[in-house]
Design a protein around this ligand. Structure first.
Ligand code: SF4
Length: 396
């Protein structure tokens, strides 16, 4: 008998606008659009791509090196609108949650996390809501509305870059630095697809968004600094491992249990694709990608945080040359779990380390504004501004 899995069906698919949003076209797609739809020469595609992604133009009239008739054609046949900023929450630790409104009125969140003096990691959403029903995750409490289009994912990244560049320019003025982005004090160093939604459930737009933001004529983010997460959608992992994308970006598998009984409960997707199937799919990854593999393990008090769990975890993943991120549960009203005590966390970490695992304890970031891992649910209060230049431009 086929196991019933409580994965909610999408209410609607990605809206298909009559005019494509240029922010969601890869450079090759843009070339095709420019030559066949607009009848313009190929080199115009590079110029438009730079205007959209380097200068982040939202109006064709900003594209001053294009002839006016071409600008009119773009205006007629393409869309350049961006997501609307609809809230901006700043945590005590400097983590910043951006709430964005889609053109059809849905809300999504992305989180900008300071990770060293200059660098920030951005956690982006790939869907409006999520259908995966992981029980520790606040996003699962939202209705799954639809997957995001490529441009909506790209724009989350570019809106974060807007913020960092504005802050850098302010600092640059203060300290006499140049306008060269390389010398700016704040930069986006990593992008993780770990916000709202299951990225591999929305593979084609996710893949296009990676291609766009890594393009040297655009944001030029290094692909190795991008990580895509999955809750364990086995057919999608198999598809990912066959795709050239898997040779470029990292994969983070959300494991969160060491037995099927516990994982069935914590992550209902396990009812359909249990641990053995999941690990077999991971085994099929190209060798080069298996070296950069991460397993995520949300530690839930007295559910999956026993010393036996740490031993079983070692048995399950020791064949992979992987990192393991251990994330003590970030409490929220939508989940029946508790954060483990520091003693339990320490014991789990000690056993895992003794067993030779490369485990990293991830301390909560932005949990006072509902921005920490597993907390994104369009809730959260505005926190105090950090003592950093990013505090300017807050909209809360
Ligand atoms: S953890 Fe990820 S896949 Fe699971 S419900 Fe939350 S957003 Fe969806």
């Amino acid at each position: 008998m086929v196991a019933l899995v409580p994965i909610r069906k999408p209410a609607r698919g990605i809206p298909r606008p009559l005019r494509p949003n240029l922010r969601g076209l890869t450079r090759i797609q843009l070339e095709t659009f420019v030559t066949s739809k607009l009848g313009a020469p190929r080199f115009r595609a590079d110029q438009i791509f730079e205007w959209v992604h380097r200068h982040r133009a939202s109006d064709v009239h900003e594209m001053t090196n294009l002839p006016k008739p071409l600008r009119s054609l773009i205006d007629e046949h393409a869309d350049l609108r961006r997501l609307e900023r609809h809230g901006d929450f700043v945590a005590r630790d400097g983590t910043r949650k951006l709430r964005l409104r889609t053109l059809d009125g849905h809300y999504i969140e992305s989180v900008l996390i300071p990770n060293d003096q200059r660098g920030f990691t951005l956690c982006v959403s790939s869907q409006v809501g999520c259908s995966m029903t992981c029980r520790f995750c606040a996003t699962a409490s939202l209705t799954f509305e639809r997957s995001l289009a490529a441009w909506e994912i790209v724009d989350q990244i570019e809106q974060a870059q807007d913020l960092l560049e504005q802050a850098s320019q302010r600092e640059g003025r203060d300290h006499g630095r140049s306008d060269d982005p390389e010398s700016w004090p704040y930069r986006l160093s990593n992008v993780v697809y770990m916000g709202m939604g299951e990225p591999l459930h929305n593979f084609i737009p996710v893949k296009a968004s990676v291609e766009i933001v890594t393009d040297p004529k655009g944001a030029a983010i290094t692909a190795r600094r991008i990580t895509i997460s999955t809750s364990g959608l086995v057919p999608a992992i198999e598809r990912f491992s066959r795709d050239p994308l898997s040779a470029q970006v990292g994969l983070a598998v959300s494991l969160n249990a060491t037995t099927d009984d516990v994982r069935d409960d914590v992550m209902p997707i396990n009812l359909k694709w249990p641990l053995l199937a999941l690990l077999n799919a991971v085994r099929a990854l190209p060798d080069a990608r298996r070296r950069d593999l991460t397993f995520e393990y949300v530690l839930l008090s007295e559910v999956n945080d026993f010393e036996d769990d740490a031993h079983r975890l070692a048995d399950l993943v020791r064949e992979f040359d992987c990192h393991i991120n251990v994330i003590p549960f970030n409490p929220h009203p939508h989940a029946p779990y508790k954060r483990p005590s520091s003693n339990r966390v320490r014991r789990f970490m000690d056993v895992a380390k003794r067993r030779g695992l490369r485990v990293y304890l991830r301390t909560p970031r932005g949990d006072d504004i509902g921005a920490a891992c597993g907390q994104l649910a369009l809730e959260g209060e505005s926190g105090q501004a950090p003592a950093a230049p990013l505090e300017e431009g807050r909209t809360t």
